[in-house]
Design a protein around this ligand. Structure first.
Ligand code: 5CA
Length: 446
């Protein structure tokens, strides 16, 4: 993409009403525009990051054997009356009447709808296990929408639902989700710690939230510092193996880590004092096992091996896709702007032409652009007639992890400059070497 032809409405001023870094930076970098309280348009740069996050989520769901689909945002209230949640959900649910005076709602989550799909089409244990998921917009009329996309009213969520014959099978599905979520967040360059939590309106006893530690997080968390040393890494795992998934769950949940909802002072104090941590965190996902809560209420039954009709065991599993954009920025920024991890960056590298209109500089930039594009990488070429300082400031603000700077002086010596956004260090090298280095970096990421 050439910046002269892109739509990147960066703001010079710091927006006054944005209280936290990610919200400020998303507005300044032209990623989002508020449309009304807690509702945002995703401008091209923000949309690109959102899509990258979605792609990682889809890939990791596929790896775990979960099946993508798409359910609508508007739902009939009838299903929610069946489960009893139409009345229980309260003012967070946006209720609408259609022209026939039928009660509708903008879905805050999809347990009822997916259970209805299941009961309409599945009648035998032979079709289990089954996990269906979608990535779809949700609406919750939050009492205090704030911090930009972090606590929106309309937000994008990946929500998945498992259907199993027995509690044991459903707990394996729970563990499998935990493993796949660990992988998903790590691929984005984030450490998200599973913590025991409260199940709220979704229901059930077994639930973990995934929290990214950040000062601006809305949740208060208590944990054993040893937990932050755990990495999932590139270990290969058989998602069908009950033992392997169970072992990962035990490894990642055996140390104390809880949100304030379930915090237990006595258990916390049993940790050696130097390892006790109290901090704040951003909840980027949550997994639930709630057994037969919805299948009992809505008659989602299957014939088991003896032909007896039994309600299925279920759980649901959510990732805050749009919230993750904010969480990633909270975890990765400095005074000059965003610093994208390679896994989610909107463009793989920036090209800054220090002397637009200079035949040699223009030619070198075009060659770099072509060479990177041929390798399947997406560069953002700043080809505007702007001062070098302004170009650097824009690149720093939008946070591409690598920048190639091209100027007549370097080109005389056959070199360009490759700069890391994270460390700020620059290296001079021939253009081909810069391309090779960037290709090498992304070979390990994409
Ligand atoms: N049905 C279950 C799992 S699919 C469910 O709705 N879970 S949830 O309520 O925990 O939401 C899942 C994730 O969505 C949360 O972990 C959070 O990351 C994100 N989320 C929830 N509310 C908001 C909001 N108002 N703004 C942005 N993201 C949100």
């Amino acid at each position: 993409m050439r910046l002269s032809r892109y739509f990147l409405p960066v703001l010079k001023e710091t927006p006054a009403d944005a209280q936290i870094a990610s919200h400020r930076l998303m507005l300044r970098a032209g990623m989002i525009k508020q449309s009304s309280a807690g509702i945002y348009s995703w401008l091209p740069l923000g949309y690109k990051v959102l899509k990258r996050i979605e792609q990682i989520v889809h890939e990791e769901q596929a790896r775990a054997g979960h099946i993508p689909m798409l359910m609508p945002t508007l739902q009939s209230a009838d299903l929610w009356k069946e489960s009893g949640r139409y009345d229980a959900y309260g003012p967070e649910m946006l209720r609408i009447k259609d022209r026939h005076e039928r009660d509708m709602l903008y879905g805050p989550t999809n347990e009822e709808m997916v259970t209805d799909i299941f009961r309409s089409h599945v009648g035998s244990y032979k079709d289990l296990p089954l996990t269906l998921y979608h990535i779809q917009w949700k609406f919750r009329d939050e009492i205090r929408p704030r911090f930009g996309v972090m606590r929106g009213r309309e937000f994008l969520m990946k929500d998945g639902y498992n259907f199993d014959l027995t509690k044991e099978d459903a707990l394996h599905a729970y563990n499998r989700h935990l493993v796949s979520y660990l992988r998903t967040y790590e691929r984005m360059g984030l450490q998200a710690i599973p913590m025991r939590a409260d199940s709220g309106p979704i229901g059930g006893d077994d639930t973990h939230e995934f929290l990214v530690l950040a000062e601006t997080g809305e949740s208060e968390v208590f944990y054993d510092s040893e937990i932050t040393d755990l990495k999932f890494g590139d270990r290969q795992i058989d998602y069908d193996s009950v033992d392997q998934c169970q072992a990962v769950l035990e490894e990642f949940t055996s140390r104390y880590a809880r949100t304030d909802e379930t915090h237990d002072e006595a258990l916390f104090n049993a940790i050696p004092e130097e390892r006790r941590r109290t901090a704040r965190g951003i909840e980027v996902g949550q997994i639930f096992y709630f057994g037969t809560k919805y299948s009992d209420a809505m008659g989602a039954v299957v014939a088991d091996r003896d032909g007896t009709r039994v309600p299925v065991h279920m759980g649901s599993h959510g990732i805050g896709v749009s919230r993750l954009v904010g969480a990633l920025i909270e975890a990765n920024h400095d005074d000059n702007g965003i610093i994208w991890p390679e896994g989610v960056t909107p463009f793989h590298c920036g090209i800054v032409n220090l002397k637009q209109g200079d035949a040699e500089a223009d030619g070198a930039c075009e060659s770099l652009y072509a060479a990177l594009t041929v390798l399947g990488l997406e560069p953002l070429y700043d080809d505007r007639e702007e001062r070098a300082g302004a170009k650097f400031a824009t690149m720093d603000l939008i946070g591409l992890p690598w920048r190639i700077t091209v100027g007549p002086r370097g080109l005389k010596n056959g070199v360009v400059e490759l700069t890391s956004r994270r460390t700020g260090t620059s290296e001079e090298m021939p253009p081909e070497a810069a391309v090779a280095k960037i290709a090498d970096i992304y070979a390990g990421v994409l």
